[in-house]
Design a protein around this ligand. Structure first.
Ligand code: C2E
Ligand code: CA
Ligand code: CA
Ligand code: CA
Length: 282
């Protein structure tokens, strides 16, 4: 028994060591990912299901480590956040989106009232130069602030609500749109929610997934929609994948829909075609 234990122990440390090495390797790769041009941005549609119209896009970062090896954001974003690398990476995303937005604006594929949303991490939100960065990037690419929307998760907002409200008020004053992401998974106090300078609330995918499965979560979806409208906010359902979910959301007056049902995130070239086609059909 003793020997087996010792072997187990050694096997365990070997595995752990391997894991640590792989983590370090990934961290090193992340450090030079911008320089190696391994990042790209995919765009996903936000649609109005009543007028069958595209109302906006969400930008989602992709990291390809060469040879088609994709690392999911759920894996590298927290790491980038930990390492402080999220600041240069986040700036890269903003620049990339602003550059793309200016092209779409020039071609008349999007208008000033068409927001493209970018996800913001905790560190980005708290960075001193956030406001300057946003202003500079928009100016540099000639993109109106109303074409940019920032998504901040409910849990980030509630970490330090007073500071967050203060920062977001300044961002909002630029004309940038704001939305609360993954709503329903954190613990918003209603009084803070009323003070937040936000335009949109996004119902987390976990609740949408349960439509037709859990009446309890259906009740939450209905409640969030009613709450949003009472606060004069727009509400977006994320992760809508099927007709049943869509029908439920329309019945309960959810404003906008995002999810594989209307389209997966795609690279700019493909999105340009989608926008051109939608424009032609108007
Ligand atoms: P999120 O902001 O909640 O983004 C929505 C995620 O759900 C995306 O995953 C999207 O591809 C996925 N999704 C959209 N529709 C559906 C659907 O119908 N079904 C399913 N199963 N999934 C759907 P993705 O792209 O892997 O991103 C994961 C998370 O990584 C994002 O969650 C966001 O928190 C973070 N993230 C992505 N890009 C950035 C970025 O540029 N900066 C920061 N800070 N975070 C980012
Ligand atoms: Ca988001
Ligand atoms: Ca979300
Ligand atoms: Ca989410």
């Amino acid at each position: 028994v003793k020997r087996m234990e010792r072997n187990n122990y050694r096997f365990f440390t070997y595995e752990m060591q391997k894991e640590v090495m792989e983590e370090l390797e990934l961290e090193n790769q992340l450090r030079c990912a911008i320089d190696k041009r391994q990042f790209s941005v995919k765009y996903q549609l936000k649609c109005c299901p009543y007028q069958r119209k595209i109302v906006g896009l969400e930008a989602l970062l992709r990291w390809e480590l060469g040879e088609g090896k994709l690392i999911p954001p759920s894996q590298f974003i927290p790491k980038a956040e930990e390492m402080g690398l999220i600041l240069p990476i986040g700036r890269w995303v903003l620049e990339s989106v602003a550059e793309q937005a200016s092209k779409w604006l020039k071609e008349g594929l999007i208008s000033e009232s068409f927001p493209i949303s970018v996800n913001l991490s905790m560190r980005q939100l708290m960075a001193d130069d956030l406001l300057d960065d946003i202003r500079n990037i928009l100016n540099r690419f000639g993109v109106p602030a109303s074409c940019l929307e920032l998504e901040v998760t409910e849990s980030i907002m509630m970490e330090d609500p007073a500071t967050t409200i203060d920062i977001l008020k300044h961002v909002h004053a630029l004309g940038v749109k704001l939305s609360i992401d993954d709503f329903g998974t954190g613990y918003s106090s209603l009084s803070y929610l009323r003070q937040m300078p936000i335009d949109t609330l996004k119902i987390d995918r976990s609740f949408i997934q349960d439509i037709g499965i859990s009446t309890q979560n259906e009740t939450i979806v209905k409640a969030i929609t009613a709450l949003s409208h009472n606060l004069e906010l727009k509400v977006v359902a994320e992760g809508v994948e099927n007709q049943q979910q869509l029908a439920f959301l329309k019945k309960h007056k959810c404003d906008f829909i995002q999810g594989y049902y209307f389209g997966k995130p795609v690279l700019p070239g493909k999105m340009t075609k989608v926008l051109r086609k939608a424009k032609g059909n108007k």
